[in-house]
Design a protein around this ligand. Structure first.
Ligand code: UDP
Ligand code: MG
Length: 310
């Protein structure tokens, strides 16, 4: 156990979206884990529509370390975390999910690593009980891919958004102007001293995952497109490949024809060619479109979140 550091404030930031059943237990376990540290628990209500707001108000009433901020609607996990990171006052900031899948008991270890000089401490999960194997496999493939094509070689794959940031790392992160907040990528990107602490992920305490496959896929696409231009390069390569094939095939066909050796009259082959090329072109246009869409999003300069209450 780390020695309690009384002079430094540690913020624990949790995004909360419809967690009425679990939030009380979350607060209890965080408070217990943070007992030895001067701390604030910053709960970001991401537009919950159940009784979460009332639960949060009760917690703030009962515990002066609890701060609640409310977003004007549901902006999503990454946006809620962004809000929390910007509003936290701590010398170190721990971000953690409010559903108790990230065990608060690990926080003292993160703090210990920070005390030892780390700026970014990733809590990396070893086991993930209660999650479907297909989902885990997909997640694994995604991180492998991102490690390969993204500019994120230092990223310790199997980590979610459970981590500690030192004040300077958080300031650097908050200063990044981009609206698309793929935090686990950005956090790695800012650099400083990055450390890893291992833990076993637990099952959700209550309620169900707010990340259906659709949202998970969105997060994955966000990750790839914000940290890699490889999809664009693949489009260029495809184009080169097709052009090279054409450059070889066209003279060949002409020569064969002149020599009287080319007797194919098939319409089918033309169909196949048109479909293949048309398909490839549409896919490449789509890839370019994805990047342009993101440019458009960034150009609008809308805030990542809007606060309703502080
Ligand atoms: N969350 C949020 N806004 C959302 C979805 C989720 O603030 O739109 C919160 C949620 O309350 C939880 C954390 O983000 O504290 C992680 O969400 P969840 O557990 O649903 O994701 P999973 O663990 O299934 O990936
Ligand atoms: Mg969860």
């Amino acid at each position: 156990m780390p020695s309690p550091s009384r002079s430094k404030l540690v913020s624990v930031v949790a995004p909360v979206f419809n967690e009425e059943e679990g939030i009380g237990e979350f607060h209890r376990r965080v408070s217990h884990a943070m007992g030895a540290f001067e701390h604030e628990i910053l709960l970001v209500n991401d537009g919950s529509s159940d009784q979460t707001a009332a639960r949060l108000a009760e917690l703030a009433q009962a515990d002066s370390n609890v701060r609640v901020v409310t977003l004007s609607r549901n902006f999503g996990h990454q946006a809620a975390l962004t809000a929390g990171l910007e509003l936290a006052r701590g010398d170190a900031i721990v971000t953690i999910d409010a559903d108790l899948q990230d065990p608060p008991e690990v926080i003292p270890e993160l703090i210990q690593s920070w005390t030892d000089g780390a700026d970014v401490v990733h809590a990396v999960r070893r086991a993930r009980p209660g999650e479907p194997p297909v989902r885990l496999a997909l997640i694994k493939v995604f991180y492998w891919l991102l490690g390969k094509i993204g500019d994120l070689r230092a990223y310790p794959g199997n980590s979610g958004d459970f981590r500690l940031l030192s004040r300077r790392a958080a300031d650097a992160l908050n200063a990044l102007p981009e609206r698309s907040r793929f935090l686990r990528g950005l956090v790695t990107w800012v650099g400083f001293n990055q450390e890893v602490v291992y833990y076993d992920r637990e099952e959700r305490f209550a309620g169900k995952s707010k990340y259906p496959y659709r949202k998970l896929a969105q997060l994955a696409i966000d990750g790839v497109l914000s940290f890699s231009v490889v999809p664009l390069r693949i489009a260029s390569l495809l184009g080169l490949l097709v052009s090279a094939t054409a450059a070889l095939a066209v003279p060949l066909v002409v020569l064969l024809r002149m020599a009287g050796l080319y007797h194919l009259t098939g319409i089918a082959s033309i169909h196949i060619l048109i479909l293949t090329l048309g398909g490839m072109q549409l896919v490449c246009l789509g890839v370019i479109g994805e990047y342009i869409g993101r440019l458009y999003d960034e150009a609008k300069q809308r805030p990542v979140y809007i606060l309703m209450d502080e």
